[in-house]
Design a binder for this molecule. Structure first.
Ligand code: HEC
Length: 333
C-alpha cells in the first residue's frame, strides 16, 4: 500500500506500468553508494569542474603566451573595461534606429572604408536601412571592384553593383599591413560580434539577468573615443598609439580616425567624435547582426509559448497524479 501511495502511476497504468517503474527504481538504487544524495551532488560537481578545467587552462596558456610575447616586445598598457553606452538595440525589445544606422553608414563610407573592408556585407542589404533600390544602386556605384577574367583573360575593374560586397581598399593583407605600420586593418563585417571583452566580477553576473549583449559596440565606441596621451612611465612603440581599451596587441596601430566636423550630418545630429563613434558602432552591430530584431522578437514569442506550455504541463500533471476515487470512475458492465 505504501508503494502504491508513492507511485500512484503504477496503479493507473496497471501491471506493465508497475514493472516499468520498478525496473527504473531498481536500476537507480542498485548503483550502491550512488544512492546517497551528497555523493551524487559531489559527483556532479566533479564532472562540472572536469568540463571547465580545459577552458581554464587554455585561458592560462593564452595569458602565459601573451605575457611572454609582451615581455619580449613591449609591455601591454593597462586595459580598461569598455564604457557602457546606451543603445536602441539593447534589451528584449531592442530595435535598430534607422537614422542612426544611416549616419553610421556615412561615417563608415567616408572614413573607415579607406582602410577597413566589409567583405560579408553586400550593398543590397542597405535596403534594410531604409534606402530605395535606386539609392542603393547609386551608392554601390561609388565603389570599384575587381571582376573578370574577360575574353582576353584579363582581370578588370568595374563600378560595383548592389550584389557586390564592400571591397577592401588594399589588394591583399600584406599590402594592407605594409601601409599601416605592420598591422592589417581587420575586416569589419563581424567585428562588433568578434570583440567580446571581459566585464569582470561582479558585472558579468548581473549581465546574465540584464541580457547584456552589447559588448562589441561598447568596445568599438570606447576604442574610438579612448585615444589619449600615454601616462608617465609608459613608452608607446614607434607608429603605435596609446589607447587603454585596445585588447588585441600591445599598442594600437590605427591612428585616431575621427575628428569633430569630419563628416557632415544632414539630420542635425551633433558632429562630434562621440556621436560619430556611437553611430558607426551601431552601424557595425547591424552589419554583424542584421537580423537582431527578428531574433529578439522570436525569442520573446518562444518565452511566452514556454510560459503557457508550463501552465498546461502543470495542469496535466495535477490531473494525472490526482487522487481519483474508484467510485468516481464510470461503472463497468
Ligand atoms: C588609416 C587607416 C584606418 C582607418 C581610416 C580606420 N582604421 Fe580602424 N584599424 C586600422 C588598423 C591598421 C587597425 C589594426 C590595429 C592593430 O591591430 O594594431 C585597425 C583596427 C580597428 C579596430 C579593431 C581593434 C581590435 O580590437 O582589434 C576597430 C574596432 C577599428 N579599427 C575601427 C575603426 C573605425 C570604426 C573606423 C572609422 C571611423 C576606422 N577603424 C578607421 C586602420 C584604420
Amino acid at each position: 500500500m505504501n508503494t502504491m501511495r508513492r507511485f500512484p502511476a503504477d496503479r493507473r497504468f496497471g501491471r506493465a506500468g508497475f514493472l516499468g517503474a520498478g525496473f527504473l527504481r531498481g536500476r537507480v538504487l542498485r548503483a550502491g553508494f550512488l544512492r546517497s544524495q551528497p555523493v551524487l551532488a559531489a559527483l556532479a560537481m566533479a564532472a562540472g569542474i572536469a568540463c571547465l578545467a580545459p577552458v581554464a587552462s587554455a585561458q592560462e596558456n593564452h595569458a602565459a603566451a601573451s605575457g611572454e610575447a609582451s615581455q619580449s616586445e613591449a609591455p601591454h598598457f593597462p586595459i580598461e573595461h569598455p564604457k557602457q553606452a546606451s543603445w536602441s538595440f539593447s534589451g528584449p525589445f531592442g530595435h535598430y534606429d534607422k537614422g542612426q544606422l544611416q549616419r553610421g553608414l556615412k561615417v563608415y563610407a567616408e572614413v573607415c572604408s579607406a582602410c577597413h573592408s566589409m567583405k560579408l556585407v553586400s550593398f543590397r542589404t542597405l535596403g534594410d536601412l531604409g534606402y530605395s533600390p535606386a539609392q542603393v544602386k547609386a551608392f554601390a556605384g561609388n565603389y570599384k571592384v575587381q571582376d573578370g577574367p574577360n575574353d582576353e583573360g584579363e582581370m578588370f575593374e568595374r563600378a560595383a553593383i548592389p550584389s557586390d560586397y564592400f571591397p577592401s581598399p588594399f589588394p591583399n593583407p600584406q599590402a594592407a599591413a605594409a601601409a599601416n605600420n605592420g598591422a592589417a586593418p581587420p575586416d569589419m563585417s563581424l567585428l562588433a560580434k568578434a570583440r567580446g571583452v571581459e566585464r569582470g566580477f561582479p558585472q558579468f553576473i548581473f549581465d546574465i539577468f540584464t541580457q547584456y549583449q552589447e559588448g562589441g559596440p561598447d568596445y568599438i565606441y570606447s576604442l574610438l573615443t579612448g585615444y589619449r596621451d600615454a601616462p608617465k612611465g609608459i613608452t608607446v612603440p614607434e607608429g603605435g598609439h596609446y589607447n587603454p581599451y585596445f585588447v588585441a596587441a600591445a599598442s594600437l596601430a590605427m591612428p585616431p580616425p575621427l575628428s569633430a566636423d569630419q563628416v557632415t550630418y544632414d539630420d542635425g545630429s551633433p558632429q562630434t567624435v562621440d556621436q560619430y563613434s556611437r553611430d558607426v558602432s551601431a552601424f557595425l552591430m547591424w552589419a554583424a547582426e542584421p537580423h537582431l530584431e527578428e531574433r529578439k522578437r522570436t525569442g520573446f514569442m518562444v518565452l511566452v509559448f514556454l510560459l503557457i506550455f508550463t501552465g498546461l504541463i502543470y495542469l496535466t500533471k495535477k490531473s494525472v497524479y490526482a487522487r481519483k476515487e474508484p467510485d468516481a470512475a464510470p461503472q463497468r458492465g
